[in-house]
Design a protein around this ligand. Structure first.
Ligand code: BEZ
Ligand code: FE
Length: 283
């Protein structure tokens, strides 16, 4: 994986690109389906060019910008901000899922995070311990509410400065990343910190793109999760915080009403919240 020297779009972008490239992906798309999709993509491009009377200067700027996105390693970032949510919605609806709603994976998932028991504290530094603590508990079940013992809850999230381990410098490799294994009834109880809203890296071509249309680069505070159990559909999702900044105006348009947490102080004054995951049968 790329060594990240600075917390820049270029640094995190290159790390995300390297991670993505390390798995060579394929899809079993037929020639007919590929032809239909590409034809529609090109036709949409054609319509936009005519509708807006796109100029040669604009066309050349687009070409330059696309080259820059590649050179800065920002394709995973740009695509996951502006395109992934549509693919995720189609994925959920075409399989007729009815369990916990999904949300985008984003570019910062890393598989094989250290296994942790059902009741655990996420790997964190002293600086993270000093941040706002959060107790996040719940149960993983099937669609009938039967607990799924030995399910895995992969959790990863940013620190309070908005940085993800392995995508920003100076953070221990597995900081705020873990694979939690549920107890025999499917329960888990995780102590972590409440992440802050954060700006997607915006000092590179993704940021220039956002500025060019007068947008903002903010995502609401969120936890990332991938929940799996044998014979069940894995769900990749995110959980957000009620009333939090940018929940209604996420640059990645990845929030959903079903995915909002409302933690309350427990007897010790620590913010605590329960969220249960229902997994569809394997599709
Ligand atoms: C994220 O959730 O961390 C994320 C999603 C899309 C693009 C960049 C980051
Ligand atoms: Fe994130």
């Amino acid at each position: 994986m790329t060594t990240i020297e600075n917390p820049t779009a270029h640094g995190s972008g290159n790390a995300a690109t390297d991670k993505f490239k390390s798995e060579r992906v394929t899809a079993d798309t037929s020639v007919e389906r590929a032809a239909a999709i590409y034809k529609d993509v090109l036709s949409a491009f054609k319509d936009i060019i005519h509708k807006h009377e796109v100029t040669y200067d604009e066309y050349r700027v687009l070409k330059q910008w696309m080259i820059d996105v590649g050179e800065y390693g920002e394709w995973p970032l740009w695509l996951d901000v502006f395109v992934e949510h549509e693919v995720e919605e189609v994925h959920y609806s075409r399989k007729h899922f009815s369990g916990t709603k999904g949300s985008i994976e984003g570019p910062y998932y890393v598989p094989n995070a250290p296994k942790l028991p059902a009741e655990c504290t996420m790997p964190m530094r002293e600086k993270d311990v000093a941040a706002a603590p959060l107790i996040f508990k719940g149960q993983v079940t099937d669609l009938d509410g039967n607990g799924l013992g030995g399910a895995t809850v992969e959790l990863w999230h940013a620190d309070e400065d908005g940085f993800y381990s392995q995508f920003a410098p100076g953070i221990p490799e597995w900081n705020l990343r873990g694979t939690i294994v549920t107890d025999e009834d499917g329960n888990f109880e995780i102590t972590t910190l409440k992440p802050a809203p954060y700006q997607i890296p915006n000092d590179g071509p993704t940021g220039w793109f956002i500025k060019s249309y007068g947008g903002h680069p903010w995502r609401p505070a969120h936890l990332h999760l991938m929940v799996s159990a044998p014979g069940r559909n894995s769900v990749t999702t995110q959980l957000y915080f009620q009333g939090g900044d940018w929940v209604d105006n996420d640059v990645a348009t990845a929030t959903k009403p079903e995915l909002i947490l409302d933690p309350q102080p427990n007897a010790d004054g620590v913010a605590e919240v329960t969220y249960n995951f229902a997994l569809d049968p394997e599709a």
